[in-house]
Design a binder for this molecule. Structure first.
Ligand code: GLC
Length: 556
């Protein structure tokens, strides 16, 4: 199988299904819900980390790479889960957090205890005149440096203070990380998602960012990342044709992503980038409110599609994940047009060049929770941001409005299985509260919903039409104010994909060749092949038209 015709489903284990009543999801809970996952027709499940962790950053602070967090289950549960998915032909993708470890990891504890060999596993530096070693800031707020015990030195943490950055320049670190990957491969795991992996090539001298410049440029996509990835690949997944790897790339560039994902470079199968999900950041700042910039969204999606294609790279395609508020709330209308919005957004991603990812709950049109108080949120990032906004003089109400729309907890609320208490997620008290499960849940979708069947149909299309998996992509009608459109071509076939991002009807001119073309998929079941070159689109309508219809040798 090629990654080109794959679709990957993301499970946030803490919020998927709780089999014990603890209020926290677990691996046996996932086993109980394997039928739902398999019914989508996906090829692999990416699990957010469930390794031993103090959970300061919900498992992205790993204290032991080789063991399952007892709150999530046991190694035997994991092995059973792999087998249960495998029985449906579904593979497992694990989340490898190799840029940093928890400060509770043995390596850090031994470093703190004074073992020089382990101190070289981290970035530990003396301060400068009583200040941290450089001016980098943590992505979760404040300085990126914290005191290293009572030594007077500091250690680097680009994320939470309990997430110490690991020194990849140390060959022993690289040995250890390759061993971690090999261990999980030994358990039958063939997929790996590498967390913020483009941060492992920081320059060893850790220079301050020049006044007035963005410190991220100092440590992102550093020169040695590529070398370290090639080395990791060569020691583990690189020789296995069944392996699937995706790098999470923080604040990256197309050029770097081409390099990471062009198969000739032997680094990764594909990359996540986030530029298209910053189009509602005012002045590039996340903790602000701004309506999304549609022209910019379109420009970014199309620019990445085209330039990754030109460079032979491969994109992971997604709207949602555990770090992003629900796309339905950000880019469309979750209230008046929930079905149309959810299916329109899905159409855009699933018919594009790349590998689509479906984040749990997306397939039933889950939305952000309807929280009313700051106490409803638990994420360290949201709590820090709220405090910082209020400290900057903003009113509680304004700060709350921002957290309400931007918090990562928006995506992390439990999967809504049924209209019953807590969405049927737990019999206990959920660690994060669902709010609209009475209206939005799997049971109702299965019985009479239209979003779930549409996702299944989209996923099937990629598997039955090489045009979608392998075709080239080119933007269409880039200047249209409300429609995102693109063309795919493969041999004689062409596909025109149209998506109206707004709640008003609109029209656009399509090439004559598509008049009378076959509707491959449409979120309006009454859609007909276009009778003229002027196509009318209803609110949030999405439509894919193929010519020639029914090519030889392919039945849809
Ligand atoms: C990635 C993860 C995010 C985590 C961060 C630090 O961005 O997706 O959830 O907080 O890395 O590991």
């Amino acid at each position: 199988m090629s990654v080109h015709d794959m679709v990957i489903y993301q499970v946030y284990p803490k919020s998927f299904y709780d089999s014990t009543g603890s209020g926290v999801g677990d691996l046996r809970g996932v086993i109980e819900k394997v039928a739902h996952i398999a019914s989508l027709g996906v090829d692999m499940v990416w699990f957010n980390p469930f390794f031993v962790s103090p959970q300061r950053d919900n498992g992205y602070d790993i204290a032991d790479y080789y063991a399952i967090d007892p709150a999530m289950g046991t190694m035997a549960d994991f092995e059973e889960l792999v087998a249960a998915l495998d029985a449906h032909g579904v593979g497992v993708m694990l989340d490898m957090v190799l840029n940093h470890t928890s400060t509770e990891h043995e390596w850090f504890r031994r470093a703190l205890a004074g073992e020089a060999a382990y101190q070289d596993f981290f970035f530990i530096r003396p301060g400068v005149d009583g200040h941290p070693p450089n001016n980098w800031v943590s992505k979760f707020g404040g300085s990126a440096w914290a005191p290293f015990g009572d030594t007077g030195d500091y250690y680097l943490h680009l994320f939470d203070v309990t997430q110490a950055d690991v020194n990849w320049h140390n060959p022993r670190v690289r040995d250890e990380m390759a061993k971690v990957v090999e261990f999980w491969r030994g358990k039958g795991v063939r997929g790996f998602r590498f967390d913020v992996i483009n941060l492992i090539g920081k320059p060893a001298d850790l220079p301050s960012a020049p006044e007035g410049t963005d410190d991220r440029a100092m440590y992102t996509d550093g020169a040695s990342v590529h070398e370290y990835l090639r080395e990791l690949a060569a020691r583990s997944y690189g020789l296995d044709p069944d392996s699937v790897t995706v790098g999470e790339m923080s604040s990256t560039s197309v050029e770097a992503c081409v390099q990471y994902s062009n198969p000739d470079n032997d680094e990764l199968s594909m990359v996540f980038n986030f530029h298209h999900l910053k189009v509602d950041y005012r002045d590039g700042q996340k903790w602000t409110l701004m309506p999304f910039d549609f022209a910019e969204l379109k420009r970014l999606l199309m620019d990445w599609a085209v330039r990754m294609q030109e460079g032979g790279g491969w994109n992971a395609l997604f709207w949602n994940n555990h770090d992003q508020p629900r796309a339905l709330d950000r880019f469309a209308d979750p209230v008046g047009h929930r079905y149309e919005s959810a299916t329109m957004l899905a159409t855009v991603i699933h018919l594009l060049r790349g590998t689509p990812y479906v984040y749990m709950g997306e397939e039933i049109g889950m939305t952000d929770p309807e929280y009313t108080a700051i106490g409803d949120y638990v994420d360290v990032e949201a709590i820090n941001a709220y405090a910082a906004l209020v400290a900057s003089g903003m009113s509680d109400a304004d700060a709350f409005a921002i957290v309400h729309s931007k918090a990562r907890d928006n995506a992390r609320t439990p999967m809504q299985w049924s209209p019953e208490a807590h969405g049927g997620f737990t019999t206990g008290t959920p660690w994060l509260r669902p709010t609209n499960h009475e209206r939005i849940n799997v049971a109702d979708e299965e019985a009479s919903g239209r979003i779930l069947p549409y996702y299944r149909a989209l996923i099937r299309l990629r598997k039955t039409h090489p045009l979608i998996a392998e075709g080239t992509v080119e933007p269409f009608a880039l200047d249209h104010p409300s429609v995102l459109a693109y063309l795919r071509r493969h041999g004689e076939q062409q596909l025109l994909v149209l998506a109206n991002f707004y709640g008003e009807p609109t029209s656009l001119a399509i090439p004559d060749a598509f008049v009378g073309g076959e509707i491959l998929i449409a979120n309006d079941p009454s859609a007909e092949p276009p009778a003229s070159a002027e196509v009318l689109l209803r609110p949030y309508e999405a439509l894919a038209i193929r010519i020639p219809s029914q090519p030889q040798g392919e039945q849809s």
